[in-house]
Design a protein around this ligand. Structure first.
Ligand code: AMP
Length: 268
């Protein structure tokens, strides 16, 4: 398909969504089964010796990309992760699920959503993908911002919280679950999509595919190679555990319940 710049110019009216190049950003986060513990000094959550995994919404994004490729609607899937060297593990998982190659943007410090969006914009300028599929939010800090910021930086259309993605009319159709119903959007390419939980059920990588993934290439870049300043702009004041829940009490009668609600809990 004709090259498409990061500015979003489509060079041919003949284009269909049948041969999209896909970029899937995947974040390394504390595994969703782990009970998160706050660091003793209140600066963040403990990640040392904690099981780390791909953000679950990003697994959904990789799955969707692989399904689009299996349908013949995509030509190539690039998985990209920004963070420490260990993010290679999450890129390998994406490669084992069916992505073709990976890009690691190596950085050891904090990466806020705006910094990640700027890094992704720079990768997009190099790779010219037609569609970027991100998770709707990372489960570690629940920012829910990177996809939206990336769309704004690029001036691209965005379909957030997608529960269905279909190539249609030279672009893509995105179904979103909104209060009281479904919203359907038709997006021109290039575009940004963020995944919601019900989009699909991600596959487990098979052993042969895990072996094959070892041979797939991962390019390593630094933020400076992409000309991006990733210095944090926010200051975390304090991270605290939620207050411990009090044990419940049994009451003997409705009168006692009403009395306790009125005089102890003071909610009625
Ligand atoms: P957030 O805005 O932090 O909640 O993250 C939303 C989505 O942006 C994630 O589901 C990922 O697809 C992507 N993302 C955020 N941070 C990173 C990162 N460090 N590396 C790769 N992708 C990321």
């Amino acid at each position: 398909m004709p090259a498409r710049g990061a500015g979003g110019n489509i060079n041919s009216t003949q284009e269909t969504a049948e041969a999209m190049k896909l970029l899937v950003p995947v974040k390394r986060v504390v595994d969703y089964n782990v009970k998160v513990r706050v660091k003793a000094d209140g600066t963040g959550v403990e990640t040392a010796n904690v099981k780390m995994s791909m953000n679950p919404f990003d697994e959904i994004a990789v799955e969707e990309a692989v399904r689009l490729k299996e349908k013949g609607a995509a030509t190539e899937i690039i998985a990209v992760s920004a963070g420490p060297t260990a993010c290679q593990e999450q890129i390998r998982t994406a490669l084992a699920m069916g992505a073709d190659r990976g890009i690691l943007i190596e950085h050891d410090g904090i990466l806020e959503p705006l910094a990640v969006a700027k890094l992704l914009k720079a990768v997009i300028a190099k790779e010219s993908p037609d569609l970027v599929i991100l998770g709707k939010q990372a489960i570690d800090d629940d920012m829910n911002a990177t996809g939206q910021m990336l769309a704004a930086l690029l001036g691209w259309p965005q379909g957030t919280y997608a529960s269905k993605v279909e190539p249609a009319d030279g672009g893509i159709k995105v179904t979103r679950e909104v209060d009281g119903g479904l919203e359907r959007l038709q997006l021109k390419l290039p575009a940004i999509v963020t995944t919601d939980l019900r989009l699909n059920e991600p596959r487990y990588a098979s052993l042969p595919n895990i072996m094959k993934a070892r041979k797939k290439p991962i390019e390593t870049l630094k933020p400076a190679d992409l000309g991006v300043d990733v210095s944090p702009r926010l200051t975390v004041l304090k991270v605290e555990e939620p207050p411990k829940r009090q044990a419940g009490k049994k009451v003997g009668s409705v009168q006692e319940l009403v009395e306790k609600l009125r005089n102890e809990a003071k909610v009625i």
